[in-house]
Design a protein around this ligand. Structure first.
Ligand code: NI
Length: 166
């Protein structure tokens, strides 16, 4: 089932997600729907926050063949090293891309879709994507890393678009 993706500056994108206590059938269904929504968009990552479910769940697929789904339940960053500047975009900020500086390498601990804990070392785009999605779970959007002026302009533009649409 396709889920509705919230768009900046929707205040629900500011909610902080809570941990998943157990991987119930309901959580499994949510993960399936999140993956379907991400692939359909199309996007390379989606946090539950973006579909207005405020639980610590992220799905991601950076492969060109779109058959390497990664699921992170209750992800925690254990280490962040280096700095890398990448042009980022977000399904919640459609049509807008800008440079953001983040850690170049990360170590993350999470549970997979079966609830099994794992640790992952990532660098480059995967590391950037992990940090971007974990930001969502904390109620942050990538444009928060831009200047207040840029962000205000973007919010004004998005509000205008929403008014015209609805
Ligand atoms: Ni995003």
């Amino acid at each position: 089932m396709l889920l509705n993706i919230l768009e900046f500056p929707d205040p629900r994108l500011r909610k902080v997600a809570t941990p998943v206590a157990a991987v119930t059938p309901e959580i499994v269904k949510l993960i399936r729907d999140m993956a379907e929504t991400m692939y359909a968009a199309p996007g390379i990552g989606l946090a539950a926050t973006q579909v207005d479910v405020h639980k610590r769940i992220v799905v991601m697929d950076l492969s060109e063949t779109k058959d390497e789904l990664r699921v992170f339940i209750n992800p925690e960053l254990l280490a962040v090293e280096g700095r890398i500047e990448t042009e980022e975009g977000c399904l919640s900020v459609p049509g807008y891309y800008d440079e953001v500086t983040r850690g170049e390498r990360v170590r993350v601990r999470a549970q997979d879709e079966r609830g099994e804990p794992f640790e992952l070392e990532a660098e480059g785009l995967l590391a950037v994507c992990i940090q971007h999605e974990l930001d969502h779970l904390m109620g942050k959007v990538f444009v928060d890393h831009l200047s207040p002026l840029k962000r205000a302009r973007l919010a004004a533009k998005a509000r205008k678009k929403q008014r015209l649409a609805g």
